[in-house]
Design a protein around this ligand. Structure first.
Ligand code: KIV
Ligand code: ZN
Length: 397
């Protein structure tokens, strides 16, 4: 089995569906170009039936994107499919992504359709899409709460009709990693024509295990993961692209897979999304949060300054940050303080450093984080201490 993992980014579709994250056409175009630079294989550009704006945006994205595939989402209804196909007119690598719910609860209450009707609708949609594009993805919405036997039947039928990717969404973020892994294994082993399609997963994060579920799925045969920058998406969001990719990169020793992502573009992508939407990233967010590479505790700072590998499992440079951040706060030690002061041009002997350290801990108690300007003002108040030297002299240059 091929070990390449297709990265399907749905920031512009599922991500945009989350409250407060809607973007206009210009913003989506900017982000799409950045996603291409990031190296994602597929950009899901929108849901063209949702609005004229979404339709136009998918069309414009199709015009400018050259390397990534551009996907348009649609239900299995003819009118949705026509709109999706039309929106992809200019895309170099178009993909139609059609979906219908397969769980008993969705079929009974939302669709009011029987299993037979749902299966027929799915097959007709794939057949229609296949007449217009080669690359057709079918999603069984709420797959993780669907009967696996029915999933095997419907996936077998849509592959027969021409689907090249079958997606198994954990739409409501309900599955636990071992269950979800088992479901993917069951499908991989039970769908007779699975050699003609790629298994994809799409995990929501309602219980905080979207990334874990995606990794378990890969382990059991999935070769496409659907994810979003900063993990945005419906409700608690989708599996986060940066966490998934960096898990694969950092733990390659136990997960020997490849992706086409240029990890150095991860941080710039995260920042661009935050800037466009005006929604910052939570500070402790894995990989891209402000604190992901920041160290305040003295023992950690000492270790990191001697050798970053002591407390960093990946380098900040590998995700596009220039360096880690040593934060001076009440947990910091003398070693980090001394380094920080040296950066600012102050070279202190042990005794002076002890005095400054006492002052700094007092400020830290009040302020939580001691900024550079605080250090400079502390130094200026300390009598008999060396005045700040120009950086070039301080560094001996
Ligand atoms: O969560 C979901 O099931 C979806 C599908 C449309 C893929 O977003
Ligand atoms: Zn979703």
């Amino acid at each position: 089995m091929d070990n390449h993992i297709t990265i399907f980014d749905t920031t512009l579709r599922d991500g945009e569906q989350s409250p407060g994250y809607s973007m206009n056409q210009q913003e989506k175009l900017r982000l799409a170009l950045q996603l291409e630079k990031l190296g994602v294989d597929v950009i899901e550009a929108g849901f063209p039936i949702a609005s004229d704006g979404d339709f136009e945006t998918v069309r414009e994205i199709g015009k400018v994107i050259k390397n990534s595939s551009v996907a348009a989402l649609c239900r299995t209804r003819k009118i949705d499919l026509e709109r999706a196909v039309a929106s992809l007119e200019f895309a170099k690598k178009p993909r139609v992504h059609t979906f219908i719910a397969t769980s008993d609860i969705h079929m009974k209450y939302k669709l009011q359709k029987s299993r037979e009707e749902v299966l027929e609708s799915a097959v007709q949609a794939v057949e229609y899409a296949k007449k217009h594009v080669d690359d057709v993805e079918f999603s069984a919405e709420d797959a993780s709460r669907s009967d696996p036997e029915f999933l095997i039947d419907i996936f077998t039928a849509v592959i027969e009709a021409g689907a090249t990717t079958i997606n198994v969404p954990d739409t409501v973020g309900y599955a636990m990693p071992w269950e979800y892994g088992q479901l993917i294994k069951t499908l991989n082993e039970g769908i007779p024509n699975i050699d003609k399609a790629t298994i994809s997963v799409h995990c929501h994060n309602d219980l905080g295990v979207g990334v874990a579920n995606s990794l378990m799925a890969i382990r059991n045969g999935a070769r496409q993961v659907e994810c979003t920058v900063n993990g945005i998406g419906e409700r608690a969001g989708n599996a986060s692209l940066e966490e998934l990719v960096m898990a694969l990169v950092t733990r390659k020793n136990i997960m020997d897979y490849t992706t086409s992502v240029n990890t150095k573009e991860i941080f710039p992508s995260s920042q661009l999304l935050a800037q466009i939407t005006g929604k910052g990233v939570q500070p402790n967010k894995a990989v891209v949060g402000e604190n992901a590479f920041a160290h305040e505790a003295g023992i950690h700072q000492h270790g990191v300054l001697k050798n970053p590998l002591t407390y960093e499992i990946m380098t900040p440079e590998s995700v596009g940050l220039t360096c880690n951040k040593i934060v001076i706060g009440k947990h910091s030690g003398r070693f980090a303080l001394c380094k920080k002061l040296e950066e600012l041009g102050y070279h202190l002997n042990k005794e002076d450093l002890n005095q400054v350290y006492l002052k700094v801990t007092k400020v830290a108690d009040e302020k939580k984080v001691v900024e550079e300007h605080d250090l400079i003002s502390i130094m200026s108040m300390m009598n008999d201490m060396p005045a700040r030297q120009p950086q070039s002299m301080a560094s001996g240059g």
